[in-house]
Design a binder for this molecule. Structure first.
Ligand code: URA
Length: 433
């Protein structure tokens, strides 16, 4: 078999066989297939698509390209959640303790932020002492003891995805449905949990810009997971507007803690409860409304907050920063942003708000960039709110004075102010089970 022939078959619109897909992934991980060949094949896939059979075959090959975690030593049902990425999306910090306080074991690998989107690993590392770099043995024993463990992606989990994702990023082949589905699901399958809930975002701040693309991606990922023997659900939710009001690492920890203490924003609480309810329904084999009531109960009676403190402590985090979020480190400069005109905010472009927070220091442009955990934005007004010229509508937190003017320009580009109140967008579009 030759990679040249595989590329030309895909270029000419033929379906690849399982053997050809195995040959490609195996050879690429072993560095026997070069980046220029892999790039050409990715572009042929981007242009010609893949059948469902090819996509499942690619996912399984990528999942098997490194370690497949064996979670069988953990007592009880194991659960994982994954978001396709957004702005202000701190739901993992709320969903995982809700689910764990109902006796389900959450074994989760998370990513770092990249571009305009944030990542759970960065948020957790903004709590002094929190360790995301545990060995597979420590990971399993922490899940067993505490009911939750969240770590960064280990070096050898789905290495094919790691290499291919970097190549896709450099060759304009990220936005391709079968490649996104196989990338996400290969990591989820390798991470080993029995029940998986996917939070698939659509809108300006998401990879999928439309509801129909988000729906198609969700259906593909749910199908792949089911074929691999996992219990699956996908929640399709809005990411036209940032979720909650805080964007940035320590700021998002503080907002998640507020939500766990019953004081969070309504949209953040709703998305978190929908995700948790679906995960609990899968894990306990009960219907969603029953699962959702259980989740509301442990959120409202403080059990989930208590579980969150146990989780932070088990991974070395300083819980004083959680019991008193005023002890989280704070940026040196807090700049108040005032409205230039009066009216209703009819759009708060999530991608642009995410980009403004990156300019303030909260995110990275390149993978190796360092970030300022204290930087970010607090939104006092969002889509649907009425504002008056001169009102304080947001706060910028930064340690870099030079970032304020460019961030403010991006911020105002993100806002549309109209005379009429906008129609309310639904927060949860659909759940695919
Ligand atoms: N997230 C991933 O892990 N992979 C993709 O291809 C897109 C989003």
């Amino acid at each position: 078999m030759r990679i040249y022939d595989i590329i030309s078959r895909k270029r000419d619109g033929f379906e690849l066989t399982d053997e050809e897909i195995h040959f490609f992934i195996d050879g690429y991980v072993k560095d026997e297939i070069k980046d220029y060949h892999a790039s050409a094949l990715l572009m042929a896939i981007y242009l010609n698509g893949m059948s469902d059979r090819e996509m499942v075959s690619l996912t399984l090959e990528m999942a098997k390209s490194g370690d497949m975690l064996d979670l069988s030593a953990i007592d009880g049902v194991t659960a994982d959640k994954h978001s396709t990425g957004g702005v202000g999306d701190k739901t993992t910090l709320i969903v995982t303790p809700i689910v764990a306080s109902l006796g389900i074991k959450v074994a989760k690998m998370s990513g770092r932020g990249l571009g305009h989107t944030g990542g759970t690993v960065d948020k957790l590392e903004s709590v002094e002492g929190f360790n995301v770099a545990l060995s597979p043995e420590e990971f399993i024993s922490t899940v067993q003891k505490t009911g939750i463990c969240v770590v960064g992606q280990t070096g050898n989990l789905a290495p094919a995805d790691k290499k291919l994702y970097a190549l896709r990023d450099a060759t304009a082949t990220v936005g391709c449905m079968p490649l996104i589905a196989s990338s996400i699901m290969s990591k989820k399958l390798a991470a080993g949990s029995q029940c998986i809930v996917l939070d698939v975002k659509y809108g300006s701040g998401a990879f999928m810009k439309t509801k129909s693309d988000a729906e198609e991606l969700s259906a593909k990922m749910v199908e792949i997971g089911k074929m691999a023997g996992r219990k699956m659900a996908a929640v399709i939710s809005d990411m036209d507007t940032p979720l909650g009001k805080n964007i940035g690492n320590t700021l998002e920890i503080a907002e998640a803690v507020d939500t766990l203490r019953g004081k969070g924003s309504a949209d953040l609480r709703e998305v978190s409860l929908t995700l948790a309810g679906n995960l609990v329904a899968l894990a306990k084999n009960i219907d969603y409304s029953q699962a959702r009531s259980l989740c509301e109960k442990v959120l409202d009676d403080g059990s989930a907050y208590k579980k969150f403190l146990e989780f932070i402590s088990a991974q070395g985090g300083n819980t004083e920063m959680i019991t008193d979020t005023g002890k989280l480190p704070e940026a040196g400069i807090i700049h108040r942003v005032t409205a230039k005109e009066s009216g209703y905010i009819s759009n708060t472009d999530a991608e642009k708000i995410g980009s403004a927070s990156v300019v303030l220091g909260a995110g990275r442009v390149n993978k190796e960039d360092s970030i300022d955990y204290t930087a970010g934005i607090i939104l006092y007004k969002k889509t649907g709110d009425k504002i008056k010229a001169g009102d304080v509508i947001a706060e910028f937190h930064t340690n870099d004075e030079k970032g304020i003017a460019p961030a403010e320009k991006i911020f105002f580009d993100a806002l549309t102010v109209s005379d009429e109140a906008p129609e309310k967008e639904e927060l949860i579009y659909k759940v695919i089970r």
